[in-house]
Write a protein that binds this ligand. Structure first.
Ligand code: ZN
Length: 237
């Protein structure tokens, strides 16, 4: 399929709104690429402030921003790059009220968070509001991306992938101490941006019902089929 990537054809991106949860390494890469592709309306959510340890892989932030809210710095940096952006920066922890307030007005949601409780809550809200969710994760040398499109009957949700929430709670602690290869969140965030734009433009085949895995240490890409769990407590019958 030949796709026209001319500016005129990408025009529709400017009227669609994308919600990004988490403005760490994944979020920085994803929003930067989406803006360069033509997305102009963004809602950014993160209550974290810039710390010195963030600077190597969260490159929207510099030393002068230490202690400032990430979303406010990101908003300023992006608008300096391009003045016609409409960015809402929310410095609060993601919560049910925030999602119910914003999701009806959102076209695609990006999960760029770094913890499972946030991912599960976001997934539930996206299923409830029938919004596409582009999920990314990076830890140590491994990255993954999946798109969950709840309006498609065969599409699984994030909970189908990780049905045991109790297990993943203990995994969360491991993630925090394990670290991540510096360029990896940028790679994964960029793929999230590409998937988002494909969904917004309705082109190609998004990573729906599939899980893309990148093993940087062994230079391997793998795509796994991700079936819907008919017994899923979030999206199942
Ligand atoms: Zn499910």
């Amino acid at each position: 399929m030949r796709v026209d990537l001319s500016e005129k054809n990408l025009q529709s991106l400017s009227t669609q709104r994308v919600l990004v949860i988490g403005m760490g390494g994944l979020g920085c890469a994803a929003v930067w690429d989406m803006v360069r592709l033509g997305v102009k309306q963004l809602v950014l959510v993160d209550f974290d402030r810039v710390e010195r340890s963030n600077l190597s892989r969260q490159w929207l932030y510099q030393e002068q921003h230490l202690g400032q809210y990430k979303v406010l710095v990101a908003q300023e940096q992006l608008q300096q790059h391009q003045t016609d952006l409409h960015i809402v920066a929310l410095t609060e922890r993601m919560n049910g009220d925030l999602l119910d307030r914003w999701l009806p007005r959102i076209d695609v949601v990006l999960d760029c968070s770094d913890n499972f409780p946030t991912r599960f809550m976001l997934n539930r809200a996206c299923v409830r509001w029938q919004k596409p969710l582009v999920s990314g994760a990076a830890i140590q040398f491994n990255g993954q991306v999946a798109c969950f499109l709840p309006y498609l009957p065969e599409s699984p949700c994030y909970h189908c992938l990780y049905p045991d929430e109790a297990f993943t709670q203990t995994e969360t602690e491991t993630c925090t101490v394990s670290g991540v290869l510096t360029p990896l969140p940028s790679v994964i965030g960029s793929i999230q941006a590409i998937e988002t734009v494909k969904i917004l433009l309705k082109i190609g085949q998004p990573l729906s019902a599939k899980l893309l895995l990148f093993d940087a240490l062994n230079s391997r890409w793998k795509t796994l089929r991700l079936p819907k769990d008919p017994a899923c407590v979030v999206c199942g019958g």
